[in-house]
Design a protein around this ligand. Structure first.
Ligand SMILES: Nc1ncnc2c1ncn2[C@@H]1O[C@H](COP(=O)(O)OP(=O)(O)OP(=O)(O)O)[C@@H](O)[C@H]1O
Length: 375
């Protein structure tokens, strides 16, 4: 019998093909399928295997890639006499290093250099992650809710955060990205999505306690779906034998973008500096706004009324000067010399709002890359 393509490629069982998430590209399919397969009956076993040490963990990976891992370990063992088995193993396969500390200064530098116009997001993310990772016994997982207009840097930041937590970033086996319209598209399957989500998260946290889960397009998530993970975000020591306290959850959403823009505009009109906007000017407005917004993914959510979201992080709308910074950053990334004429032309092709003042880019920096291709 012919094996379905996904199964050949990813080595996982297709459990419910008629309602499975439609995933883009093989990488995405593998990520989804792998997660499903780990989350289901084998999850608890995997968690225990990982806890029993690298030898067993090596068997788990060796079962996945027996030849390459075996050859690599054998050759390296022969060449080196001083590395521990764990060190050696982790040079060839990705390891979940739960106790690994965060390099806070590297993260700070990266955010300050690469993220433009987001003084609040930079400050809060840095403090939240540093505090959380420095705490050996967190009482709950870290939950961050990122809000803002399109193209203001929410996905960009989650990528930076992921890379600073697990070196392979979004490609890591311990970082999981869910996209509402891709993984949870049908309203009639909410119950199924809730069950799958619980299984995915339980399985992956069993395998790696410091797993990172990113939920993009929260504003397109059907109300109630996210409440399925409420027990995992709460202050429990364990849920069914699994501790979720070292995991990190990030929710990305356009919901609340209008509230953030209004505050930014009020400051601008009052002649106050953008950098004077403080978290307290926005966080309460955001949490209430999102809780009352039917299209936020967090409408009347238990995650909010149980105070399980640690930080609501506002992403401010980007101005003309920030768009120019994005163009320059893109030119640098492409290895091109900075041409200020092109920088200006690209920035001027973007559209700005509100109609009268034209201060903020309506797509943030989102189309900068493609526009640069024309010049
Ligand atoms: N504040 C920023 N600083 C630097 N670059 C940015 C910023 N915002 C966006 N960019 C650039 O624009 C690209 C698109 O932004 P990103 O995907 O992070 O937007 P988003 O806020 O997640 O948008 P959406 O809500 O539509 O998903 C990024 O990959 C990055 O190159």
């Amino acid at each position: 019998m012919a094996v379905p393509r996904e199964r050949r490629a990813c080595g996982a069982e297709v459990t419910q093909p008629e309602v499975r998430p439609r995933l883009r590209g093989l990488g995405a399919r593998c990520r989804g399928w792998r997660t499903v397969s780990w989350a289901m009956p084998r999850a608890a076993g995997l968690g225990r295997a990982a806890a029993l040490g690298p030898l067993l963990a090596a068997h788990v990976v060796a079962a996945i890639e027996p030849i390459s891992v075996g050859i690599a370990l054998g050759a390296a063992s022969a060449l080196t006499g001083y590395l521990s088995y764990t060190d050696l193993y982790c040079r060839f396969a990705e390891c979940c290093r739960e106790e690994q500390r965060l390099n806070a200064s590297a993260l700070k530098l990266e955010l300050e250099e690469k993220l433009f116009g987001q003084h609040l997001a930079t400050e809060v993310i840095l403090k939240a992650l540093t505090g959380f990772k420095n705490n050996k016994n967190p009482k709950k997982p870290l939950t961050l809710s990122l809000h803002g207009w399109a193209g203001t840097g929410k996905n960009f930041v989650s990528q930076i955060v992921a890379e600073n937590l697990h070196s392979k970033g979004l490609k890591s086996n311990f970082v999981h990205l869910f996209v509402s319209t891709l993984h949870f598209p049908h309203e009639q399957h909410i119950k199924l999505y809730q069950d799958q989500l619980q299984g995915w998260i339980r399985g992956n946290v069993s395998a790696c306690a410091s797993s990172v889960f990113i939920f993009d397009e929260m504003d397109k998530l059907h109300p109630g779906v996210i409440d399925a993970i409420k027990p995992f975000l709460d202050y429990y020591e364990q849920v069914d034998g699994v501790s979720y306290r070292k995991a990190i959850f990030m929710f990305l959403s356009n919901a609340g973008g209008d509230l953030i823009t209004k505050t930014a505009l009020d400051f601008w009109r009052a002649g106050r500096k953008r950098e004077d906007i403080q978290l307290k000017d926005l966080e309460p407005v955001l949490s209430v706004g999102v809780f009352n917004n039917k299209h936020s993914g967090l409408w009347r959510s238990g995650l909010i009324d149980r105070n399980l979201i640690d930080y609501f992080i506002p992403f401010l709308p980007l101005e003309y000067k920030h768009v120019k910074m994005c163009v320059r950053a893109e030119m640098r990334a492409r290895g091109s010399a900075i041409d200020e004429d092109i920088v200006t032309r690209v920035a001027e092709e973007m559209t700005f709002f509100p109609k009268g003042e034209k201060i903020y880019s309506d797509k943030g920096c989102k189309t900068v890359q493609s526009r640069l291709d024309f010049h």
